[in-house]
Write a protein of this length. Structure first.
Length: 660
């Protein structure tokens, strides 16, 4: 293939970075509001930055140690690629979250003018995150591909660097955000009977910080990993199927995905009119549809020109369609009729609400799994393992705008909090709440999309492991393989247990601290004294940093331990067990948690007794149980199944070389 094709990822990534800079200036040129608003926003920024820096300090100790292992045991090129992948993932999360924390007060201030102005600021703030992740991910992998002439071993090091950061960011950020959220809700709403984001609540700032470190930086790192992993695995399998043109084809698809995302983002900005009658949901989804249509046109042309047929275009289209359908199914279970039915059960107390919410989450696994199964079978029959990998690339091709719509949600949520804490006109909060309600739906869709993409990416990575470890057959009649699959199926539950306990322990400390401040600070409930926000941020930070390491190491060490105990074929069984059980558990947790959250919000609109009623208090309990489901354990499972696969791809061949 010509040099221009090999440079496609670098060129498109650079173009995306330039566009991201443009978007950044578009956000920062907006008015940040009055001094009180700026002070609140600055407190959120300081807390978020402090947490990420502390998290990255711990992370980089492990990254450097692991890179030395890779350098001495395999090659220094892989070690450098590993550090490069980790660093770009860190930069994308840090930069994207930094702009998100600056966009929140600007969204609130724009909401004093109109809903449309606020929508533009929040969306562009989210678009900075989306384009940063997609652009840096593709640019970095493109650099490694070009410099090594498509060396898949070195590229796997880059992918694993992204995976390391993703797990720490997801687990650490998830523990932080839910410890703060649970503490703020349990004491503020159910005991003190004060509104969400009330400035008298000591955990309010920590809660808003958590939205950014968990739902912006954490989600960004998660999808960065899926994006990089899907392109890497498709390139590796494409090289086996179509030689050089197969290796470069996924980069071309992703490159046009960057361009399509830019067109979609510009469409939203041009389409939003200056009034309050707009439907934010239609605007955001319209941009996504435009981006996907543009990408489909490019996919069919590239498939015919590069690979000589439309087979690749068919499986990529299938991946895109399945991604959209999974998002729609997720939206149905977390924002439509099932949520109203779930909210009604809260009139009988928290127990029926919890029981029905868990049942809803379990039911919601059926259709997504069937859709993923269809995509897998059809893709395999058309293009083999390469087809499965391309379906994953298709699902993630327009990540720039997909993640933009997801990251928009926490910005809108923060804007509402700032409006409440700064005492702005109730009409402002009404506008930000309208944006936030759409954000809750897009966040739920984003989680469904992340699960679907993680599943296809994990399947592609599993196939890559089979190739690099030279495993000819995975036979369940082999007792070692069966035990490996059994242990693999158990790991998502153990992993989730560690993450949930971490939230529970930190939330307990948070609740005690919030109660203490309400009791011991004179005039706090009357609004005559200011709470100690920094103490709650400190509690959430310490809890997250202390508890995130064990579940992260579980993902890294499990394949290695299985290899030494049961062999390389058993590792394949473990990966299969973890993927199958992990997908079910992740969908169940995310959708049950999302449904409990929106049931609470539905009751808060005045239905079934409204705020302060027994049903509302029951729904707050449901929401606080669902918080670590949907924002800590559930999303982190996505990374568990991918990281275990990429660790196996990188480490097991090294161990085979030394011990077999």
């Amino acid at each position: 293939m010509g040099a221009i094709f090999q440079l496609a990822g670098i060129i498109a990534g650079a173009l995306g970075i330039i566009f991201t800079v443009f978007l950044t200036f578009r956000v920062l040129e907006r008015d940040p509001g009055n001094e009180k608003m700026k002070k609140i926003s600055e407190a959120i920024q300081i807390g978020a930055k402090a947490f990420l820096i502390s998290e990255y300090k711990i992370l980089y100790i492990i990254v450097i140690a692991f890179s030395l292992f890779l350098g001495f045991s395999n090659s220094w090129e892989m070690a450098v690629a590993f550090i490069f992948g980790a660093t770009l993932s860190v930069l994308s999360g840090f930069f994207g979250m930094n702009i998100a924390t600056k966009a929140n007060t600007r969204t609130a201030q724009s909401a004093t003018k109109s809903l449309s102005k606020a929508l533009k600021v929040a969306f562009n703030g989210g678009a900075v995150m989306g384009m940063t992740v997609a652009s840096l991910g593709l640019f970095g992998l493109g650099v490694v591909f070009f410099l090594t002439n498509g060396n898949t071993v070195v590229m796997s090091g880059y992918a694993m660097g992204a995976s390391f950061v993703a797990l720490f960011a997801r687990v650490g950020g998830g523990i932080f955000t839910k410890a703060a959220d649970v503490g703020a809700d349990l004491v503020g709403k159910t005991e003190a009977n004060i509104p969400e984001d009330d400035p008298r609540n000591p955990a309010t700032i920590a809660d808003n910080v958590g939205d950014n470190v968990g739902d912006v930086a954490g989600m960004g790192a998660d999808l960065y990993e899926s994006y990089v992993g899907s392109i890497y695995s498709a390139s590796a399998l494409g090289a086996l199927t179509f030689s050089a043109k197969g290796a470069v084809f996924p980069f071309l698809i992703a490159s046009f995905g960057i361009i399509s995302a830019i067109i979609g983002i510009l469409f939203v900005n041009l389409k939003v009119k200056e009034n309050d009658s707009i439907d934010p949901s239609k605007m955001l989804h319209g941009g996504t549809y435009i981006a996907n249509i543009m990408e489909l046109i490019a996919v069919f042309i590239l498939s015919k020109v590069i690979l000589g047929s439309y087979k690749a275009a068919i499986v990529i289209t299938l991946g895109m369609v399945v991604g959209i359908l999974i998002g729609g199914i997720t939206e149905y279970y977390t924002a439509k009729k099932p949520v109203i039915k779930l909210a009604k059960t809260a009139t009988s107390g928290s127990a029926p609400l919890l029981i029905n919410g868990m049942a809803l989450g379990m039911e919601s696994t059926a259709i997504p799994v069937i859709l993923i199964s269809i995509a897998t079978i059809v893709s395999f029959n058309i293009l083999g393992l390469f087809g499965i990998a391309l379906a994953a690339v298709g699902m993630l091709a327009t990540l720039g705008i997909t993640l933009a719509i997801d990251a928009y949600g926490p910005i809108a949520d923060n804007a509402g909090g700032i409006a409440e804490m700064a005492g702005l006109d109730p009409e402002v909060r009404k506008r930000t709440d309208k944006l936030d309600s759409v954000g809750n739906t897009t966040a739920a869709i984003g989680k469904g999309f992340a699960i679907g993409s993680a599943t296809l990416t994990a399947l592609a990575l599993f196939s890559t492991y089979i190739q690099v470890a030279n495993v000819s057959i995975v036979d369940l009649n082999d007792s070692n393989v069966f035990v490996g699959a059994l242990i693999g199926a158990m790991l998502p539950f153990l992993f989730s247990s560690l993450a949930m306990k971490a939230v529970g322990d930190s939330a307990n400390i948070m609740v005690i601290e919030v109660r203490r401040q309400f009791k011991e600070i004179p005039g706090l409930m009357d609004g005559k004294a200011e709470p100690d926000y920094a103490k709650c941020v400190e509690i959430a930070t310490k809890g997250a940093l202390k508890k995130m390491t064990l579940p992260s190491l579980l993902a890294v060490l499990s394949p290695v331990i299985i290899y030494f105990l049961l062999g390389k074929v058993a590792v394949a069984g473990t990966l299969a067990g973890t993927t199958v059980a992990g997908v079910m558990l992740a969908i169940f947790m995310s959708n049950a948690g999302g449904a409990w959250d929106n049931a609470k919000k539905y009751i808060e609109t005045g239905e079934f007794g409204g705020k302060g009623s027994m049903s509302h208090k029951a729904s707050v309990i449901g929401d606080t149980v669902g918080d670590p489901f949907k924002d800590t354990a559930g999303p982190a499972i996505n990374i568990l199944i991918k990281l275990m696969s990429i660790v196996s791809i990188v480490i097991i061949p090294i161990l085979i070389k030394f011990f077999e």
